[in-house]
Design a binder for this molecule. Sequence first.
Ligand code: PMV
Length: 298
Amino acid sequence: MSEAPAKVILFGEHAVVYGEPGIAIPISALKTSAFFENNIHNAFSIQSAPLGMDLNYLELADDHPLKKLIILLMNEFGITSLPEKKLRIESAIPIASGLGSGAACSVAVIRAFAEEYQKSISTQRISEIAFEIEKIYHGTPSGLDNTVISFGVPIYFIKNQPFQFIQIKKPLNLLIVDTEIESNTAEVVKDIRDHYATFSPLIHEIGDISRTAKTALEDGDIKLIGELMNKNHDLLKRLTVSSPELDYLYEIAIEQGAIGAKLTGSGRGGNIIALVEEEDQLAYLRQALQNKGAKVLN
Ligand code: PMV
Protein backbone atom coordinates (compact mmCIF):
# COMPACT_ATOMS: atom_id res chain seq x y z
CA MET A 1 0.00 0.00 0.00
CA SER A 2 1.30 3.46 -0.88
CA GLU A 3 0.75 6.15 1.67
CA ALA A 4 1.32 9.82 2.37
CA PRO A 5 0.79 11.80 5.59
CA ALA A 6 -1.11 15.01 6.26
CA LYS A 7 0.85 18.08 7.24
CA VAL A 8 0.46 21.13 9.39
CA ILE A 9 2.19 24.42 8.83
CA LEU A 10 3.66 25.50 12.16
CA PHE A 11 4.80 28.90 10.90
CA GLY A 12 4.84 31.01 7.78
CA GLU A 13 1.82 30.16 5.62
CA HIS A 14 1.17 32.76 2.92
CA ALA A 15 4.52 34.48 3.61
CA VAL A 16 6.20 31.37 2.15
CA VAL A 17 4.59 32.14 -1.23
CA TYR A 18 6.69 35.34 -1.36
CA GLY A 19 10.08 33.85 -0.51
CA GLU A 20 9.86 34.06 3.29
CA PRO A 21 10.61 30.85 5.23
CA GLY A 22 7.86 28.48 6.35
CA ILE A 23 7.99 25.56 8.79
CA ALA A 24 5.86 22.44 8.38
CA ILE A 25 5.67 18.98 9.91
CA PRO A 26 4.11 15.75 8.65
CA ILE A 27 1.16 14.32 10.61
CA SER A 28 1.40 10.58 10.15
CA ALA A 29 -1.71 9.90 12.26
CA LEU A 30 -3.76 11.24 9.34
CA LYS A 31 -2.98 9.54 6.04
CA THR A 32 -4.00 9.03 2.45
CA SER A 33 -3.38 5.63 0.88
CA ALA A 34 -3.65 4.47 -2.72
CA PHE A 35 -3.53 0.94 -4.09
CA PHE A 36 -4.44 -1.11 -7.12
CA GLU A 37 -7.06 -3.87 -6.88
CA ASN A 38 -8.30 -6.38 -9.35
CA ASN A 39 -11.23 -5.07 -11.30
CA ILE A 40 -14.13 -7.24 -12.36
CA HIS A 41 -14.56 -4.97 -15.39
CA ASN A 42 -11.71 -5.13 -17.87
CA ALA A 43 -10.92 -1.47 -17.51
CA PHE A 44 -8.91 1.01 -15.49
CA SER A 45 -11.19 2.61 -12.93
CA ILE A 46 -10.84 4.84 -9.90
CA GLN A 47 -12.73 4.54 -6.66
CA SER A 48 -12.44 6.97 -3.78
CA ALA A 49 -15.06 7.67 -1.13
CA PRO A 50 -13.33 10.85 0.16
CA LEU A 51 -13.08 12.24 -3.39
CA GLY A 52 -16.66 11.14 -4.09
CA MET A 53 -15.44 9.21 -7.12
CA ASP A 54 -16.29 5.81 -8.59
CA LEU A 55 -15.78 5.82 -12.31
CA ASN A 56 -14.06 4.42 -15.33
CA TYR A 57 -10.86 6.36 -16.07
CA LEU A 58 -12.30 7.35 -19.47
CA GLU A 59 -15.05 9.28 -17.67
CA LEU A 60 -12.56 11.39 -15.72
CA ALA A 61 -12.71 15.04 -16.89
CA ASP A 62 -9.62 16.21 -18.76
CA ASP A 63 -9.07 19.11 -16.37
CA HIS A 64 -9.34 16.96 -13.22
CA PRO A 65 -6.09 17.10 -11.21
CA LEU A 66 -6.06 13.30 -10.97
CA LYS A 67 -6.28 12.99 -14.76
CA LYS A 68 -3.34 15.39 -15.13
CA LEU A 69 -1.40 13.40 -12.57
CA ILE A 70 -2.00 10.09 -14.33
CA ILE A 71 -0.89 11.58 -17.66
CA LEU A 72 2.29 12.90 -16.01
CA LEU A 73 2.93 9.45 -14.53
CA MET A 74 2.44 7.72 -17.89
CA ASN A 75 5.13 10.01 -19.32
CA GLU A 76 7.38 9.65 -16.29
CA PHE A 77 7.30 5.86 -16.23
CA GLY A 78 6.87 5.26 -19.99
CA ILE A 79 3.45 3.65 -19.46
CA THR A 80 1.64 3.02 -22.73
CA SER A 81 -1.42 1.19 -21.45
CA LEU A 82 -3.08 1.62 -18.08
CA PRO A 83 -3.77 -1.50 -16.00
CA GLU A 84 -7.17 -3.20 -16.11
CA LYS A 85 -7.40 -2.60 -12.39
CA LYS A 86 -9.14 -0.39 -9.89
CA LEU A 87 -7.12 2.41 -8.26
CA ARG A 88 -8.51 2.84 -4.74
CA ILE A 89 -7.76 6.04 -2.84
CA GLU A 90 -8.63 6.21 0.84
CA SER A 91 -7.99 9.12 3.12
CA ALA A 92 -8.48 10.27 6.69
CA ILE A 93 -7.34 13.80 5.82
CA PRO A 94 -10.20 16.31 5.66
CA ILE A 95 -10.39 17.95 2.24
CA ALA A 96 -9.78 21.68 1.68
CA SER A 97 -8.90 22.33 5.29
CA GLY A 98 -5.21 23.27 5.22
CA LEU A 99 -3.88 19.80 6.03
CA GLY A 100 -2.43 18.98 2.62
CA SER A 101 -5.09 16.54 1.41
CA GLY A 102 -4.39 17.40 -2.25
CA ALA A 103 -0.63 16.87 -2.03
CA ALA A 104 -1.09 13.70 0.04
CA CYS A 105 -3.42 12.29 -2.62
CA SER A 106 -0.88 13.05 -5.36
CA VAL A 107 2.03 11.52 -3.43
CA ALA A 108 0.08 8.35 -2.53
CA VAL A 109 -1.00 7.89 -6.17
CA ILE A 110 2.55 8.45 -7.48
CA ARG A 111 3.81 5.80 -5.05
CA ALA A 112 1.03 3.39 -6.04
CA PHE A 113 1.96 3.73 -9.74
CA ALA A 114 5.68 3.29 -9.00
CA GLU A 115 4.86 0.11 -7.10
CA GLU A 116 2.42 -1.25 -9.69
CA TYR A 117 4.90 -0.71 -12.53
CA GLN A 118 7.93 -1.57 -10.39
CA LYS A 119 9.68 1.70 -11.12
CA SER A 120 12.05 3.38 -8.75
CA ILE A 121 11.53 7.08 -8.20
CA SER A 122 13.37 9.46 -5.90
CA THR A 123 11.53 11.34 -3.18
CA GLN A 124 12.66 14.58 -4.79
CA ARG A 125 11.03 13.54 -8.06
CA ILE A 126 7.81 12.51 -6.26
CA SER A 127 7.75 15.97 -4.71
CA GLU A 128 8.33 17.66 -8.10
CA ILE A 129 5.46 15.77 -9.75
CA ALA A 130 3.15 16.51 -6.80
CA PHE A 131 4.15 20.19 -7.15
CA GLU A 132 2.86 20.21 -10.75
CA ILE A 133 -0.55 19.11 -9.44
CA GLU A 134 -0.42 21.60 -6.56
CA LYS A 135 -0.35 24.31 -9.21
CA ILE A 136 -3.84 23.21 -10.26
CA TYR A 137 -5.14 23.24 -6.68
CA HIS A 138 -3.30 26.34 -5.49
CA GLY A 139 -2.56 28.57 -8.47
CA THR A 140 0.86 29.76 -7.31
CA PRO A 141 1.97 27.29 -4.64
CA SER A 142 5.17 27.72 -2.69
CA GLY A 143 6.06 24.02 -2.83
CA LEU A 144 5.88 23.63 0.95
CA ASP A 145 3.01 21.08 1.01
CA ASN A 146 4.42 18.66 -1.58
CA THR A 147 7.87 18.85 0.03
CA VAL A 148 6.86 18.10 3.62
CA ILE A 149 4.40 15.42 2.52
CA SER A 150 6.83 13.67 0.14
CA PHE A 151 9.80 13.71 2.51
CA GLY A 152 7.75 13.12 5.66
CA VAL A 153 10.05 15.09 7.97
CA PRO A 154 9.83 18.51 9.68
CA ILE A 155 11.11 21.12 7.25
CA TYR A 156 12.29 24.71 7.13
CA PHE A 157 11.33 25.74 3.64
CA ILE A 158 12.15 28.65 1.37
CA LYS A 159 10.60 28.67 -2.10
CA ASN A 160 12.92 27.51 -4.91
CA GLN A 161 15.61 26.39 -2.47
CA PRO A 162 16.48 22.93 -1.14
CA PHE A 163 14.63 22.48 2.15
CA GLN A 164 16.38 22.15 5.51
CA PHE A 165 15.47 19.31 7.86
CA ILE A 166 14.62 20.63 11.34
CA GLN A 167 15.68 18.55 14.29
CA ILE A 168 12.85 19.32 16.74
CA LYS A 169 14.35 18.94 20.18
CA LYS A 170 11.21 18.38 22.30
CA PRO A 171 8.01 16.65 21.21
CA LEU A 172 5.29 19.11 20.28
CA ASN A 173 2.05 18.35 22.11
CA LEU A 174 -0.35 19.61 19.48
CA LEU A 175 -4.05 19.31 18.84
CA ILE A 176 -5.52 19.94 15.40
CA VAL A 177 -8.99 21.45 15.65
CA ASP A 178 -11.31 21.67 12.66
CA THR A 179 -13.80 24.48 11.93
CA GLU A 180 -15.33 22.00 9.43
CA ILE A 181 -15.48 24.90 6.99
CA GLU A 182 -13.77 24.22 3.67
CA SER A 183 -11.45 26.86 2.33
CA ASN A 184 -10.28 27.40 -1.21
CA THR A 185 -6.50 27.85 -1.06
CA ALA A 186 -6.20 29.21 -4.61
CA GLU A 187 -8.78 31.93 -3.87
CA VAL A 188 -7.24 32.97 -0.56
CA VAL A 189 -3.71 33.03 -2.01
CA LYS A 190 -4.93 35.10 -4.96
CA ASP A 191 -6.68 37.56 -2.67
CA ILE A 192 -3.45 38.15 -0.73
CA ARG A 193 -1.49 38.50 -3.98
CA ASP A 194 -3.98 41.11 -5.23
CA HIS A 195 -3.28 43.18 -2.08
CA TYR A 196 0.42 42.40 -1.81
CA ALA A 197 1.46 46.05 -1.64
CA THR A 198 -0.65 46.59 1.50
CA PHE A 199 0.32 43.30 3.09
CA SER A 200 4.06 43.12 2.43
CA PRO A 201 5.14 44.48 5.89
CA LEU A 202 3.03 41.77 7.57
CA ILE A 203 4.50 39.13 5.27
CA HIS A 204 8.04 40.13 6.27
CA GLU A 205 7.07 40.02 9.96
CA ILE A 206 5.76 36.50 9.49
CA GLY A 207 9.09 35.59 7.88
CA ASP A 208 10.91 36.90 10.98
CA ILE A 209 8.72 34.69 13.15
CA SER A 210 9.65 31.58 11.12
CA ARG A 211 13.36 32.45 11.40
CA THR A 212 13.10 32.78 15.20
CA ALA A 213 10.89 29.69 15.45
CA LYS A 214 13.48 27.49 13.72
CA THR A 215 15.94 28.13 16.56
CA ALA A 216 13.21 27.76 19.20
CA LEU A 217 12.27 24.33 17.77
CA GLU A 218 15.91 23.24 17.65
CA ASP A 219 16.40 24.43 21.25
CA GLY A 220 13.17 22.86 22.51
CA ASP A 221 12.00 26.23 23.84
CA ILE A 222 8.29 25.36 24.06
CA LYS A 223 7.29 28.67 25.73
CA LEU A 224 8.85 30.68 22.92
CA ILE A 225 7.31 28.39 20.29
CA GLY A 226 3.87 29.03 21.84
CA GLU A 227 4.46 32.78 21.96
CA LEU A 228 5.53 32.80 18.30
CA MET A 229 2.43 30.81 17.32
CA ASN A 230 0.23 33.46 18.97
CA LYS A 231 2.10 36.25 17.19
CA ASN A 232 1.83 34.38 13.90
CA HIS A 233 -1.94 33.97 14.39
CA ASP A 234 -2.30 37.67 15.08
CA LEU A 235 -0.40 38.53 11.89
CA LEU A 236 -2.52 36.09 9.87
CA LYS A 237 -5.60 37.80 11.29
CA ARG A 238 -4.27 41.16 10.13
CA LEU A 239 -3.59 39.53 6.76
CA THR A 240 -7.40 38.88 6.70
CA VAL A 241 -7.06 35.10 6.42
CA SER A 242 -8.57 34.22 9.79
CA SER A 243 -12.34 33.94 10.33
CA PRO A 244 -14.74 34.20 13.29
CA GLU A 245 -14.79 30.40 13.55
CA LEU A 246 -10.97 30.12 13.56
CA ASP A 247 -10.71 32.94 16.11
CA TYR A 248 -13.35 31.28 18.29
CA LEU A 249 -11.36 28.02 18.40
CA TYR A 250 -8.17 29.99 18.98
CA GLU A 251 -9.70 31.83 21.98
CA ILE A 252 -11.04 28.63 23.56
CA ALA A 253 -7.67 26.91 23.16
CA ILE A 254 -5.82 29.78 24.86
CA GLU A 255 -8.44 30.12 27.63
CA GLN A 256 -8.20 26.40 28.33
CA GLY A 257 -4.45 26.28 28.79
CA ALA A 258 -2.80 26.17 25.35
CA ILE A 259 0.53 27.94 25.47
CA GLY A 260 0.13 28.90 21.84
CA ALA A 261 -2.32 28.44 18.99
CA LYS A 262 -2.78 29.59 15.43
CA LEU A 263 -4.69 28.88 12.28
CA THR A 264 -2.82 26.54 9.96
CA GLY A 265 -2.87 26.47 6.16
CA SER A 266 -4.48 29.03 3.92
CA GLY A 267 -7.15 30.04 6.46
CA ARG A 268 -10.72 31.45 6.21
CA GLY A 269 -11.71 27.91 7.20
CA GLY A 270 -9.85 24.71 7.91
CA ASN A 271 -7.99 24.12 11.16
CA ILE A 272 -6.18 25.64 14.06
CA ILE A 273 -3.32 24.00 15.92
CA ALA A 274 -2.99 24.36 19.68
CA LEU A 275 0.13 23.61 21.70
CA VAL A 276 0.35 22.59 25.36
CA GLU A 277 3.54 22.35 27.38
CA GLU A 278 3.10 18.84 28.77
CA GLU A 279 1.61 15.75 27.17
CA ASP A 280 -0.74 15.17 30.11
CA GLN A 281 -2.46 18.52 29.42
CA LEU A 282 -3.65 17.30 26.02
CA ALA A 283 -6.61 15.28 27.32
CA TYR A 284 -7.94 18.27 29.32
CA LEU A 285 -7.65 20.64 26.36
CA ARG A 286 -9.22 18.12 24.00
CA GLN A 287 -12.19 17.68 26.35
CA ALA A 288 -12.58 21.43 26.91
CA LEU A 289 -12.65 22.02 23.14
CA GLN A 290 -15.07 19.15 22.56
CA ASN A 291 -17.36 20.50 25.31
CA LYS A 292 -17.64 23.68 23.25
CA GLY A 293 -18.63 21.61 20.22
CA ALA A 294 -15.22 21.71 18.50
CA LYS A 295 -14.00 18.83 16.36
CA VAL A 296 -10.53 17.72 17.49
CA LEU A 297 -8.82 15.64 14.81
CA ASN A 298 -5.82 13.89 16.31
O1 PMV B 1 -3.07 23.98 1.32
P1 PMV B 1 -3.02 24.86 2.49
O2 PMV B 1 -4.33 25.44 2.87
O3 PMV B 1 -2.26 24.29 3.64
O4 PMV B 1 -2.21 26.22 2.11
C1 PMV B 1 -0.90 26.18 1.74
C2 PMV B 1 -0.14 27.24 2.39
C3 PMV B 1 -0.02 28.57 1.67
O5 PMV B 1 1.15 29.17 2.20
C4 PMV B 1 -1.21 29.45 1.97
C5 PMV B 1 0.12 28.42 0.17
C6 PMV B 1 1.43 27.80 -0.28
O6 PMV B 1 1.49 27.40 -1.45
O7 PMV B 1 2.40 27.72 0.48
